[in-house]
Design a protein around this ligand. Structure first.
Ligand SMILES: [Zn+2]
Length: 300
């Protein structure tokens, strides 16, 4: 069974589809998730829950600590790589972004270049899993970021579990930011957005990788969507601020376990955060563009 949809189908996708068996009697209803699962099984028959490593997210530190300026961790990427083949993260001193895809870990530098992650690099924040497709949704007409999020929100069976999300396809435009290496004394994360490098690339094929997390996880991680982009040539990418998907495929991996590994070194964990509006700072740090002057726009 295949399932194809576009943003105009979003409303319909929130409804249930009735199917009938060979006798013509009603076989009950299939949710969007069940239909998407059928598509995943069709395209990835070996991707099953039987893999003992599936269903777990391994995360280094918390976004709350990152917000407070805890930019130096003590976990090497060599250790992170043991816990997943897919995910997002950053590096000590907030030196760029990390995107992991198909077992390859990429370092997205603020100068726009992309390199391999050095396993000895330390990270103050990273989240990875062994990605196994649970559900797939084909997109065959232009779909904005907000439409795509609405479609995924309407498809998943529970908003209280975590999902690794992968989007492969042709993007009409992708706007990313890349963190710039910071120097001590570190500012709060929200202050670093003033120097972040933003780029918009157009008509680019690539992959978005990341997670959709429940609202109750705000502060431990980013509630909602936290996505990084990598183009097919592996020459550009960054933390996703916005995109337009022309056509492609969304693949979802439902995860029910979150393993947090906290830093043992002293840092501003939680300091100054009790009274802070964590959600507002996350929104400003993770989803906001900076002022226009440093914004560049170019085709790949
Ligand atoms: Zn990010």
């Amino acid at each position: 069974m295949t399932r194809s949809t576009g943003p105009s189908d979003t409303t319909r996708d929130t409804t249930r589809d009735t199917t009938r068996d060979s006798t013509g009697t009603s076989a009950g209803v299939q949710t969007c998730w069940e239909l998407a699962v059928s598509l995943a099984a069709h395209h990835a028959p070996h991707a099953t829950r039987s893999d003992p490593r599936s269903g777990d997210i391994f995360q280094v530190s918390t976004v709350r600590a990152l917000l407070a300026g805890s930019f130096d961790g003590d976990t090497p990427y060599a250790e992170v790589m043991c816990h997943g083949d897919f995910g997002v993260g950053t590096f000590n001193a907030l030196d760029g972004e990390m995107a992991a895809l198909d077992g390859h870990f990429y370092h997205l530098h603020s100068d726009g270049s992309v390199g391999d992650v050095d396993p000895t690099d330390l990270t103050p924040f990273a989240a990875v899993c062994f990605f196994r497709a649970d559900a797939e949704i084909d997109i065959e007409s232009p779909c904005s970021r907000s439409d795509l999020f609405a479609l995924v929100d309407a498809t998943i069976p529970s908003s209280d579990t975590f999902y690794a999300i992968r989007i492969d396809g042709l993007f009409g435009a992708v706007t990313t930011r890349t963190a710039v290496r910071q120097t001590r004394p570190y500012p709060r994360l929200v202050e670093t957005t003033k120097s972040q490098v933003e780029r918009t690339v157009q008509d680019v094929r690539g992959t978005v990788v990341g997670f959709r997390s429940p609202q109750y996880a705000q502060g431990k991680t980013v509630a909602g969507y936290h996505l990084h982009f990598l183009d097919d040539s592996r020459t550009l990418g960054g933390h996703v601020l916005d995109f337009q998907l022309e056509r492609g495929r969304i693949t979802l991996d439902q995860n029910t376990d979150l393993h947090l590994q906290l830093a043992t070194t002293a840092g501003p964990l939680g300091v100054d955060m009790v009274a802070a509006d964590v959600a507002a700072e996350i929104e400003r740090s993770e989803n906001s563009t900076r002022a226009a002057p440093n914004r560049t726009s170019h085709a790949p």
